[in-house]
Design a protein around this ligand. Structure first.
Ligand SMILES: Cc1cc2nc3c(=O)[nH]c(=O)nc-3n(C[C@H](O)[C@H](O)[C@H](O)COP(=O)(O)OP(=O)(O)OC[C@H]3O[C@@H](n4cnc5c(N)ncnc54)[C@H](O)[C@@H]3O)c2cc1C
Length: 486
């Protein structure tokens, strides 16, 4: 008999969270810890969403999105998860750039960038200081007219090389472009520059396992392989969800699924104001990615000076469309040395990531799709040979993922790696005004995506839900008091 993943489920919870990405899990954890009854439903067979990993024979474990995040993760994990999780967060030592304009290695923090910009790039130190201060002062309520390109032009006019150094990693990290509002760049960039780039020692599998234990400790009812079909709404009020043909009631529902899927698939536009639906239609998805996963033979060692994170490009200039092109000229190589998973077998892995457009992969006939994947693998190995001359002979296992792979595992339309563009934030935040008790927490825009952005957004929404539940319970006791009056 097939296993019932909904066995012993209750008929009602205070909150139902749809999706176990970092935002969904964090939201569920904060609410569970505050004493609410929480049900977490995940359609996949494991938790984590895009914070995920997979195993291959030979003891290889590949991380998908563990390439780097800002130091702020440490504080967020300590506050909203556990000290044990925070203790695993460690700095990356060597961030490398190699492109036709420059080749360098950096700690990727303000101090080192100030040195590089003023000495190697010959920029006036006063302009560097002014730029860093301006970026650090930026906040959400600032002018959103200024674009990132205009920001660079203001401080470093005509300096394509400086723009590339400052922008390339952020574009890789979250798909942002020079045309996006400068505040989104400034906030994310300053987060990184604060202390550099960090990673999670032990791997994504260890992190998600620790998170799962904590969720269960806080009483969250966690269910995998449970795809929510619809969100139940009556008279502009959320009532619960339908999953596996069953209706489960809740005082609040938080969707961590893609924003358009939440609105158009799970709620249904007929339940929302026409203006709001129009606003939802205007929301653009972020780009997707391709990746090539390379496991190095156990007997082969790679010098750690090769770098932890290597932004490599053969494009003469930095252009967003070139970063997304099928004709790949730019790759981010992440090197995972044996210290990444000190507890496991000593293994070295390399993951190459490239931003990609869904349209370039989504509609290929099967044979062409397979051939394109093979081509992606071959060209990536050739690119890696520049840094590891014997790369080809060192490989134990290699495979690739495309936008279709990301779409398949997360149900993100078009395999979007970073949710939606910036305008998605207003829609995400506006949802509870349309349907009382319904919230969205997940990647929308540059600040609210990535590991840190997703966790922090989960916390923000948990606080909103907490407030909603408290006011709902006080309203119902007030109603009761009124009803009981003689
Ligand atoms: C290739 C790649 C590299 C990346 N590298 C980095 C990096 O180095 N640093 C960084 O900070 N970030 C990185 N990111 C981004 C980061 O991984 C994501 O921004 C973040 O993990 C997203 O979290 P989320 O909470 O928004 O939800 P997601 O991870 O998108 O999870 C959503 C969850 O909802 C579930 N779901 C969807 N529909 C349903 C349904 N109907 N019922 C039940 N469950 C449902 C999905 O299965 C999924 O588990 C990368 C992303 C990619 C793709």
């Amino acid at each position: 008999m097939p296993r019932d993943f909904l066995s012993n489920i209750r008929d009602r919870y205070d909150v139902i969270v749809i999706g176990s990405g970092l935002a969904g899990m964090t939201c569920a954890n904060v609410l569970g810890r505050s004493g609410h009854s929480v049900l977490l439903l995940e359609q996949h067979y494991k938790l984590g969403g895009l914070a995920t990993w997979f195993r291959r024979p030979g003891g290889h474990i590949f991380d998908i999105s563990l390439h780097g995040f800002p130091h702020g993760m440490l504080k967020s994990c300590r506050r909203y998860w556990t000290q044990e999780i925070a203790d695993q967060i460690v700095p990356l030592e060597n961030v490398r750039f190699d492109n036709p304009m420059f080749s360098l290695t950096t700690r990727y923090n303000r101090e080192d960038f100030t040195r590089l910009l003023s000495t190697d790039f010959g920029v006036d130190p006063a302009a560097v200081t002014e730029f860093f201060d301006a970026a650090r002062r930026m906040n959400f309520y600032d002018d959103q007219e200024l674009t990132t390109r205009e920001l660079f032009e203001k401080y470093f006019p005509g300096r394509e090389d400086v723009m590339r150094l400052l922008m390339e990693p952020i574009t890789y990290a979250n798909g942002s472009t020079l045309e996006d509002p400068a505040i989104t760049y400034g906030i994310v960039f300053s987060n990184f520059m604060n202390r550099g780039v960090f990673t999670f020692q032990g791997g994504t599998d260890f992190l998600v396992d620790l998170m799962k234990q904590e969720l269960q400790k806080n009483g969250v009812d966690v269910r995998i392989r449970t795809e929510v079909e619809s969100i139940l709404v009556e008279r502009s009020q959320v009532r619960g969800v339908r999953v596996g043909g069953r209706d489960i009631a809740a005082g609040a529902v938080v969707s961590n699924a893609s924003l358009p899927a939440t609105i158009f698939k799970m709620v249904g536009e007929q339940k929302l104001d026409a203006d709001f639906v129009e606003q939802c239609r205007e929301v653009r998805l972020n780009n997707s990615s391709t990746q090539v996963y390379i496991a190095i033979k156990p007997e082969c060692e790679i010098e750690e000076s090769t770098g932890d994170l290597l932004f490599s490009s053969t494009a003469p200039l930095f252009r967003t469309d070139l970063l997304l092109s099928r004709d790949i000229s730019s790759r981010t190589f992440s090197f995972y040395y044996p210290r990444t998973r000190p507890e496991g077998r000593a293994r070295t892995l390399v993951v190459s990531s490239t931003n990609a457009n869904f349209e370039d992969w989504g509609n290929l006939p099967p044979e062409e799709y397979e051939a394109s994947k093979q081509d992606l693998i071959e060209t990536t190995i050739s690119a890696l040979e520049k840094y590891l001359p014997d790369a080809r002979s060192m490989i134990d296992h290699v495979e690739a993922a495309t936008p279709l792979t990301f779409q398949h595992y997360t149900q993100h339309p078009q395999g979007a790696s970073f949710g939606t563009k910036f305008e998605g934030l207003a829609v995400s935040r506006g949802l509870p005004d349309q349907v009382k008790g319904l919230y969205h927490a997940g990647s929308v825009g540059i600040i609210m995506s990535g590991w840190l952005g997703a966790i922090n957004y989960g916390v923000i929404v948990a606080n909103d839900v907490d407030g909603h539940l408290l006011s709902a319970s006080s309203t119902s006791s007030a109603d009761l008091a009124v009803a009981e009056k003689p």
